[in-house]
Ligand binder design. Structure first.
Ligand code: PHE
Length: 353
């Protein structure tokens, strides 16, 4: 059979082809294909070596020698080419940067701006001797309205659009219910602040949200005066916004303080001369306040002839917006990192990217 006879030129011919193919192989995969083609289990050299056994005995050693030499040369060539290709691949990888730079730490979050503002506000009031009191978000109509002198079916309830759960239970529309809850359990003198979330059935716009934070203040003792209210409110505003702030009380109506007022501060944008922040008014409304109404004392079980007190309440988002120039109340809950990370300046928040 013809395939039993090895043409003596065959090993040389294979070698020539192999050298060319291996030299031209330009990827590690292509090189591997060539290795299989010549040296694999069914490779040309392997087959050739196998057929040596079918040659006349006297020819076998010489032929075997020739083929083995070719095999060795192909092996060496494969190895050299593989090294070449490997070093070319390494050269192509761009150097990953300056190894002398310190490592980059991942960024961490920081306190939410509302958290920070609330903390700053609390610190100011704690420094004035106020302590913390809290109440439930899901509140009885009784505490949210009735005990605060909003009679049932009275139009004053329309001042706040309310989420009712049923006739008697609602999401609190203000932090003022904590006043009554606290007075029921404590005797004067008392001085509390009560921050918390409140809910109103508002159509959202840049200055209205259906949930936001308020902070209530309440001070009750035997002879608390409007002057004391003015003093504490002014001290707070100056501590928070700056010592040159001017404060004025403007008559207003709330059902549960009497007299009641809205508190304005001089605009820090224009110092009172009129600008965009204050709508050219020179003044910015900052909170509601007043002297605790005798009815509220009665609901709480206090003798209105023995005690007087003041209360105030402010929106936390509102003062945060004013202090930090934030244009839309909806940003606080939108969780947009581009907004939030501007306020991650605290050292404990770690390295911010
Ligand atoms: N609770 C009132 C509001 O939400 C604010 C306020 C609090 C007014 C305390 C007076 C005294 O509008």
């Amino acid at each position: 059979m013809s395939d039993e006879i090895i043409d003596r030129s065959r090993p040389g011919e294979i070698e020539k082809r192999a050298v060319k193919a291996i030299t031209e192989a330009d990827t590690v995969d292509a090189l591997e294909e060539e290795r299989i083609r010549y040296l694999g289990r069914k490779g040309e050299i392997t087959e050739l070596l196998r057929s040596v056994g079918r040659m006349p005995v006297e020819e076998r050693p010489a032929l075997g020698n020739i083929i083995n030499n070719v095999k060795r040369r192909i092996e060496e060539l494969l190895e050299t080419r593989l090294e070449q290709l490997a070093s070319e691949v390494q050269e192509e990888v761009p150097f990953p940067g300056d190894p002398t730079l310190p490592g980059r730490s991942g960024w961490q979050g920081g306190p939410h701006i509302l958290h920070k503002v609330l903390r700053d506000v609390k610190r100011i009031f704690f420094g004035m001797g106020y302590s913390l009191a809290e109440g439930p978000d899901v509140e009885l109509d009784y505490y949210n309205f009735e005990a605060l002198n909003f009679p049932p079916d009275h139009p004053s309830r329309d001042l706040q659009d309310t989420f009712y759960i049923n006739r008697d239970i609602l999401l609190r529309t203000q932090t003022s219910p904590v006043q009554v809850r606290y007075m029921e359990k404590h005797e004067p003198p008392l001085r509390i602040i009560s921050p918390g979330r409140v809910y109103r059935n508002e159509s959202p716009d840049p200055s209205h949200a259906s949930e936001f934070y308020q902070m209530e203040g309440l001070y009750v003792d035997t002879d608390v005066s409007l002057g004391d209210l003015r003093n504490d409110v002014t001290f707070f505003i100056r501590s928070f916004f700056g010592m040159d702030a001017k404060v004025r009380f403007r008559p207003h109506f709330f059902p549960f303080p009497e007299p009641s007022a809205e508190v304005d501060m001089s605009c820090f944008g224009c110092k009172g001369s009129g600008c965009q922040i204050c709508g050219k008014a020179g003044w910015i409304e900052i909170m509601g306040a007043g002297m605790v109404h005798p009815h509220v004392f009665r609901y709480a079980g206090y003798d209105p002839d023995a005690y007087t007190g003041f209360a105030f309440g402010m929106g936390i988002e509102r003062i945060a917006m004013l202090k930090y120039g934030i244009d839309d109340i909806r940003r606080f809950l939108a969780n947009d990192l581009r907004f939030l990370r501007q306020f991650w300046t605290e050292s404990w928040a770690g390295v911010v990217e």
